[in-house]
Write a protein that binds this ligand. Structure first.
Ligand code: GLU
Length: 333
């Protein structure tokens, strides 16, 4: 799972982008990159830890907007060429997700010369092609969603329009946030809490345009809509590393507390009755998968129902045998 972090506002962007990306490190990544705007678009990207990217950047640079990314490679090995952002024509993007039909799209985009092995760069070419057709990035993104199969959360900068950042999402997480110092796009809430606890959830197929003062949101037909601004009321500390050297350590040490809090807040009368099911699938990735294995042990022991635990990223490609008495439990962060 990768991280997206974009900022446009009054403050110098590079320190904000680096620290925002570092709050998304817990999601795992193999490389990182940032595109930032001075009088032009500049791209820095590097394999490995964020520190490697940070070493390429002068944090004092006069730049007030940028799009940042921590990559978890799905197409093409982890290296600095495959790292995001990618730029083709007038379009620069960071992308979280997988473009399922990228091979077919690639055949249709053979007038572009690809530098990387990624599905993301193909997507970037397609956006550029659609932008050239419409001369309007919103219309280009609206058409994009009909042409692309898969999952995406995007941060987009257009050469002709260096005062705005655009985003669209489908099946990959993304929030927008607004603060006194500017506006943000992020994969998760912890990344914005240093500046604000006000955030907006973007639904599938919605598009947003952020400038330093405003956020404009478009529905799937391109109509401007109002969306709720939510307030996050959890603590900043609990969403950060909280003094631990890394997130895994924090999670290990917090287990007793988390289990106590979970059990204490449990209302036994709301637990579902599993006896009506004859088969259960538990679907998750990483530690969620391992939590599923623990669940399997208990459910099989106490409920006497067969449980299959499945790796989430493979589940959609798999032939599954369901009937009306199969329960599927998805575990996610
Ligand atoms: N599929 C893209 C790639 O391999 C994005 C991966 C991600 O979500 O980090 O570059």
């Amino acid at each position: 799972m990768c991280g997206i972090y974009c900022y446009i506002g009054k403050k110098k962007a590079l320190p904000i982008l680096i620290s925002g990306l570092s709050t998304l490190e817990y999601r795992g990544y193999d490389s990182a990159g940032i595109a930032y705007v001075t009088d032009k678009i500049n791209i820095a990207k590097e394999k490995g830890k964020l520190k490697n990217l940070e070493n390429l950047l002068d944090k004092e640079t006069d730049t007030y907007m940028g799009i940042g990314h921590t990559r978890w490679a799905t197409h093409g090995e982890p290296n600095s060429i495959n790292a995001h952002p990618h730029k083709q024509g007038k379009i620069t993007i960071v992308h979280n997700g997988i473009i399922e039909n990228y091979n077919k799209l690639k055949e249709e985009l053979n007038d572009y010369k690809l530098k990387s092995e990624t599905d993301t760069e193909v997507l970037c070419c397609l956006i550029d092609k659609l932008y050239n057709k419409h001369n309007d990035i919103i219309k280009a993104l609206l058409e994009l969603k009909d042409k692309v199969k898969g999952s995406y959360a995007l941060g987009v900068i257009v050469d002709d329009d260096l005062n705005n950042i655009y985003t669209i999402r489908k099946n990959s997480p993304l929030i927008l946030a607004t603060s006194d110092i500017g506006n943000f796009i992020a994969s998760d809430i912890p990344a914005i809490l240093e500046y604000t606890n006000k955030y907006i959830l973007l639904d599938n197929d919605e598009i947003a345009k952020l400038n330093k003062d405003t956020i404009t949101i478009y529905d799937k037909n391109g109509v401007i809509i109002d969306k709720n601004i939510n307030t996050f009321d959890g603590s900043y500390e609990s969403s950060c590393k909280n003094g631990y050297e890394h997130f895994m350590l924090k999670e290990i040490y917090e287990q007793p507390e988390v289990i106590k809090n979970t059990i204490n807040s449990l209302d036994l009368s709301t637990l579902p009755d599993l006896s009506k099911y004859n088969k259960i699938h538990i679907v998750g990735c990483g530690s969620a998968y391992h939590a599923g294995l623990v669940g399997k042990y208990f459910i099989e022991k106490y409920n006497n129902i067969e449980v299959n635990v499945e790796i989430a990223s493979e589940y959609r490609y798999k032939k599954c045998f369901y009937d009306k008495n199969t329960l599927v439990i998805f575990i996610s962060q």
